[in-house]
Design a protein around this ligand. Sequence first.
Ligand SMILES: Cc1cc2nc3c(=O)[nH]c(=O)nc-3n(C[C@H](O)[C@H](O)[C@H](O)COP(=O)(O)O)c2cc1C
Length: 78
Amino acid sequence: MVYQVAKTVNIPILGLGGIVTAQDAIEYMLAGARAISIGTGNFIAPDTAIKVVEGIEDYMKQYKIEDINEIVGTVQMN
Ligand SMILES: Cc1cc2nc3c(=O)[nH]c(=O)nc-3n(C[C@H](O)[C@H](O)[C@H](O)COP(=O)(O)O)c2cc1C
């Protein structure tokens, strides 16, 4: 849904729903989310947001990404 909305409108999109890991967050951002939010995950583990941020930092280092905005909306689906 984020992918579809991102292709349709030109406003920042906040992705949410089921995000508990950095991979979840990064997938939303690749689809077009400019930011993400974590709700239920905080109740499962209060350090979820910290771990997600650290995981995004690790991902950026691994792929030499200087600005997270570089990845926003880069996934392509036919
Ligand atoms: C404690 C809590 C309260 C929420 N209250 C509202 C609300 O008042 N209105 C609403 O539209 N969504 C509410 N939500 C839903 C969130 O906005 C969001 O759609 C949902 O939690 C999905 O993200 P998540 O999987 O990270 O929890 C609430 C979620 C949580 C965890």
